[in-house]
Design a protein around this ligand. Structure first.
Ligand code: TRP
Length: 461
């Protein structure tokens, strides 16, 4: 196999398109919706610190591994893992890492789309001035009434799935690249406008204290696992999304530079979202641990009280839609590409078929907020929370662990070195050590401790 060949699906025009596409995948609901609410649920500062450490010592090295595997394999994660295992004379079982990822992407998209649908409705609600001068209670009630209405949730879930599939069906160049080229400048522009607006509306201090005061007695083992899982989730790691995008990356672009850029921007956006949400939480005596509705209750309250609030509020939720959209396409692309490679059907049919399946599973998430609210599926959690927990906190770290082992121990060193092509040998050696030892051990320790702490405690006693 030659390292210069191109993917059959097409290629990004240049390295900047890869960086934009990967940043678009990384920045999404994870940064704007999920990060604030899980930080609230897990007590703030100590959680944020664990999350940042996970980004640095696990996320960045594993993202480099994903890109290099993808670019060397030049196909869907399932087939890239299969062909690279062959090249390294390793077991063909490695392709199941690709399968684990494809399944995880499918499951994540099923609930991702439902939540992105909320943002669509809220863009309209704010734009129509529905929350102007509304009391916190009224805003909360409006949100709860919305969640109680499965048909409305389904309508917006359907709309968002269609938006995602239209892009994916159009293919790498006319679909994904075109969408990224239009969406990312809009996303950054909206971010800048809202940042300027946020800085001028004041009320930072308490939020800064909440996010950056490290109070470790508040950190439960499960919180560390949530922080680890979120590091994977926010960087789009562990399921092959970045691997897929790496397959479309031009061969001479620097992987290290691209990955640091993506991870850096993603982290800044998360911290920015936290600094935007928590001042409002504290100023209005809301509950930081309110859960998935946090964003959809806090922000309408704040925008409802600000001059030009309907305009900026609608703009904000539009930003959420675009961020989610440029992420959702990366969740399903690996599976669509695999179906196309198999020759089962063309890209349009593959997108429709997988889209319908994802849509159906998404109904489970819709019902978790109303008719199935109290039905538990896994560890006392309802359908949505089970799915979120199993994908983000188990499947992604497990996928990441396997990817780290594969790139660190299984692939030929000459191939890895050539693909990474790092200018500094010291940095290359550092990456190798971290990927081989630090990341896998850290993932294993956090996972085993959080999932099996009762058993471990009895063994140790
Ligand atoms: N990173 C995105 C977010 O933070 C979600 C996402 C897109 C993702 N592709 C992924 C998560 C692949 C895990 C794996 O919203």
């Amino acid at each position: 196999m030659s390292a210069t060949k191109e993917s059959i699906h097409g290629m990004w025009a240049n390295r900047w398109v890869f960086i934009l596409a990967a940043t678009g995948s990384a920045i999404g609901l994870g940064n704007i919706w999920k990060f604030p609410y899980i930080t609230g649920e897990n007590g703030g500062g100590a959680f944020v610190l664990v999350y940042l450490v996970c980004i640095a010592i696990i996320g960045i090295p594993i993202m480099m591994a994903e890109v290099l595997i993808g670019r060397r394999g030049r196909s869907s994660p399932i087939n890239s893992m299969r062909s690279l295992a062959l090249e390294a004379r390793a077991s063909s079982w490695w392709k199941y890492t690709g399968w684990l990822g494809a399944l995880a992407g499918f499951l994540v998209l099923s609930y991702y789309s439902v939540i992105a649908g909320w943002a669509i409705l809220y863009t309209f609600r704010l734009g129509a001035g529905q929350f102007t001068n509304a009391s916190p209670q009224a805003v909360e009630l409006a949100f709860n009434n919305f969640l109680a209405d499965p048909l409305l949730l389904i309508a917006f879930h359907t709309l968002f799935m269609i938006m995602t599939l239209v892009v994916v069906a159009r293919g790498v160049t006319r679909g994904l690249e075109l969408a990224i080229r239009l969406m990312m400048p809009t996303l950054f522009l909206l971010l800048l406008i809202l940042l300027a607006y946020g800085v001028n509306s004041g009320g930072f201090a308490q939020a800064v204290a909440f996010l950056f005061t490290f109070n470790f007695d508040q950190l439960r083992a499960e919180s560390a696992l949530v922080a680890l899982g979120h590091a994977f989730f926010t960087l789009s790691l562990g399921l092959g999304a970045i691997m897929m995008y790496g397959a479309y990356m031009p061969k001479n672009a620097s992987i290290g530079f691209a990955v640091l850029t993506v991870a850096g921007i993603d982290t800044l956006v998360s911290i920015g979202a936290g600094l935007a949400v928590f001042p409002i939480v504290f100023a209005n005596h809301l509950e930081p641990g309110a859960g998935p509705g946090l964003l959809f209750v806090t922000l309408p309250i704040a925008f409802g009280q600000m001059p030009w609030g309907s305009f900026f509020g609608a703009l904000f939720f539009l930003l959420v839609i675009i961020a989610a959209w440029s992420s959702s396409i990366s969740l399903i692309e690996p599976l669509v590409a695999w179906v196309v490679e198999k020759g089962f059907m063309n890209r349009i049919k593959a997108s429709i078929m997988l889209g319908v399946l994802t849509w159906i599973v998404g109904l489970g998430t819709v019902f978790s907020f109303n008719v199935w609210k109290d039905v538990t599926f896994f560890a006392g959690k309802n359908f949505f929370h089970s799915l979120d927990f199993i994908t983000a906190n188990i499947m992604l770290p497990l996928g990441g662990l396997l990817i780290a082992i594969f790139a660190g121990w299984i692939m030929k060193r000459t191939v890895v070195e050539k693909e990474l092509n790092m200018s500094s040998y010291g940095l290359y050696a550092l990456w190798t050590i971290v990927l081989r030892l630090v990341s896998p051990v850290a993932v294993l320790v956090v996972m085993l401790w959080a999932l099996f702490q009762e058993q471990i405690k009895t063994w140790l006693a």
